[in-house]
Design a protein around this ligand. Structure first.
Ligand code: PMP
Length: 459
């Protein structure tokens, strides 16, 4: 059965009748209907009406190698033929997760040599939380189990992921978070720096909030700090350069483990395999997913540092945790091929040396003076555009978050898929973008901003 047997109206009606969507107001959705995306190639996606849309979000921050990769299809097909599934419980393994683990150990920071698989970033963060607590219990310190996180963090939608995350709206629907998780301010200078405070000083102050939380809880009770190197879903909040080295120093000082969530930043987005390398920090765990398979298969990998892994091996005792699809052979085959493509085509070097800096320059040159644009910030192929009513005072449009939605709708109509997070427009394009693709994006965003400005002026 293929979708071609159905008209667009039929597909929409069926979707309305039966499909509950993630992060969606279903009353709204039922009224507005869905955009049906049916195919994709390179940097573009196509809907049933034949619209070609430049996908500046790489799906959902994941299609790093771009669409239409026949090699990934072949890798999946060959693996499905040979061995579509077997588990890695009960002293078993299969070849692809084994070889993928070796490859991930090779490309990750030097202190990381072990991998635990899941199917999603959320699952992987559940694993990470359980693992760090298990680590301290094995070390004879089960009371050291508090985890410090940050406001606006996104760590997934499971109960643990939501509890770790710092999204107020999600917490409000949690009705009972995982205990012993505390949240502190995030390093978001555009809104939180004091007038006249330098980026450097603000970064140190934001890190100090973590130290204060550790001291308040008592370092003997704190297991770990968790953070995304760049907060993605929270609005591509790029911390000042002073922040992460200071976080590392604080974690070392109080013997608190450092957990990085690189579900977005992993696999090349910041111009290195991992942002830990871009920022020169040594985490104890790195949560990864998305770009690991470029989204062609659901797969997550928790990269585990030697400190934790050594304790697991030396102390022994079963870690009562795992998923049916941990180390799924087909997903791991696709990941291996995906990493091979990224390496072979030099995509990460290109982001670091060419397209990443070019994206920052082109956005600033093309859009920086636009009346709606308060700030543009980028790191590698991650970008944020702050939307303001008044550039000099940084006053926002009311109600909060309303203006970027207008811009997003114009952006899609102008042929570019972007996302609106509160008062920020964000981008996370595939690593295959070239200078020409960047230019096309800037032009389309500029058009959307102009159209939105006309609308907003009348509201
Ligand atoms: N962590 C981060 C930083 C993420 O951005 C996401 C997803 N956007 C997740 C975790 C959760 O991943 P998943 O949706 O695959 O569960």
């Amino acid at each position: 059965m293929t979708y071609q047997n159905y008209s667009l109206d039929q597909l929409r009606a069926i979707d309305n009748a039966h499909h509950l969507h993630p992060f969606t107001d279903h009353k709204d959705l039922r009224a507005a209907g869905t955009r049906v995306v049916v195919s994709a190639e390179g940097p573009f996606v196509y809907d049933t009406e034949g619209n070609e849309i430049l996908d500046a979000m790489a799906g959902l921050w994941c299609v790093n190698a771009g669409y239409g990769r026949e090699e990934l299809v072949e890798a999946a097909t060959a693996q499905m033929r040979e061995l579509p599934y077997y588990n890695s419980f009960f002293r078993c393994t299969t070849p692809t997760p084994t070889l993928l683990s070796q490859k991930l150990a090779e490309i990750s920071p030097g202190n990381i040599n072990q991998v635990f698989y899941g199917s999603s970033g959320s699952e992987s963060n559940d694993t990470a939380l359980r693992l760090v607590r298990h680590y301290w219990a094995l070390e004879g310190r089960p009371e050291k189990n508090i985890v410090i996180s940050r406001n606006w963090a996104y760590h997934g939608s499971t109960i643990a992921g939501t509890s770790l995350g710092g999204m107020e709206a999600m917490h409000a629907q949690l009705y009972g978070a995982v205990p012993n998780i505390r949240h502190v301010m995030c390093p978001y200078a555009y809104e939180n720096a004091e007038p006249g405070e330098s980026d450097h000083d603000f970064g140190l102050r934001a890190a100090k909030a973590v130290e204060d939380a550790i001291l308040e809880a008592g370092a003997e009770n704190v297991a770990a700090f968790i953070g995304e190197p760049i907060q993605g879903a929270g609005g591509v909040k790029i911390p000042p350069a002073s922040y992460w080295p200071e976080i590392q120093r604080i974690c070392e000082k109080y013997d608190v483990l450092l957990m990085l969530d690189e579900v977005i930043t992993g696999y090349g987005r910041t111009g290195e395999w991992f942002a830990a390398q871009s920022m020169n920090i040594k985490p104890d765990t790195i949560t990864t997913a998305k770009g690991l398979t470029s989204g062609y298969q659901p797969l997550s990998a928790l990269l585990v540092g030697d400190r934790i892994a050594n304790t697991l091996v030396e102390k022994g005792g079963e870690f009562y945790h795992g998923y049916t699809y941990s180390g799924h052979p087909v997903a791991c085959a696709v990941a291996l091929k995906n990493i091979e493509i990224i390496e072979r085509e030099g995509l990460i070097d290109r982001v670091r040396e060419d397209t990443g800096p070019y994206l920052g320059d082109a956005l600033k040159a093309g859009l920086g003076d636009h009346p709606l644009v308060g700030e543009i910030r980028t790191c590698g192929l991650l970008a944020a555009v702050e939307i303001v009513r008044d550039k000099s005072t940084r006053e926002r449009f009311q109600p909060a978050g309303s203006a970027p939605v207008v811009i997003r709708d114009h952006a899609i109509a102008s042929g570019i898929m972007m996302r609106a997070v509160m008062d920020t427009m964000i981008m996370s394009p595939p690593l295959i973008w070239t200078r020409e693709t960047v230019d096309m994006a800037v032009e389309r965003i500029g058009k959307a901003l102009d159209l939105a400005q006309a609308d907003l002026a009348t509201t």
